[in-house]
Design a protein. Structure first.
Length: 72
């Protein structure tokens, strides 16, 4: 999974907007990016993204990288 760096002011705004819709920053950004996609293509990309998240979680579990993620 890729990583990006953003200025703190942008991260704070993303966090605020994501909280406003009950989502994580990642979920919020994905929704914004996919908002103009054809519905079936949007579903396909959601599934691909979910699969990537599951694979990442599985890898972290195997490595013992057990951390608590707080979406506050």
């Amino acid at each position: 999974m890729g990583k990006i760096s953003l200025p703190d002011v942008i991260i704070k705004e993303l966090r605020k907007r994501a909280r406003g819709v009950g989502a994580s920053i990642e979920e919020y950004l994905f929704d914004v990016l996919m908002s103009d996609e054809v519905p079936i293509e949007r579903v396909k990309k959601y599934l691909e993204g979910a699969e990537e998240l599951v694979m990442e979680a599985r890898r972290e579990l195997e490595e013992g990288d057990l951390r608590v993620r707080l979406f506050i």
